[in-house]
Design a protein around this ligand. Sequence first.
Ligand SMILES: [Zn+2]
Length: 102
Amino acid sequence: MVKIPAKMRTYCKKCNKHTTQTVRQEKGGRRGSGLVKGTRRAKRHKRGSGNKGKYSKKAVSQLKMASKTSAKVDLRLTCDECKATWVRTYARARSVEIVKTG
Ligand SMILES: [Zn+2]
């Protein structure tokens, strides 16, 4: 169990200084915008019937998933001054708790 404070004082790219920022846990699959090139290519190849070559196999990451018992935690930080948000990768953890301080 990793406890993360609900507010943290860290650098804001937009304000170009340290500001107080609100922390929320980012749920998987929402990082970045749209699909990456590899995902688009796989989608194209997976249409129709027949052998899809390398796309007939499961992704290596899915086969090897059992070897890891923890996941990397993504945090969504919102600047309290300019309301800009971005995702920051935290550490590996089995479970995460966001704790309110003060
Ligand atoms: Zn800011």
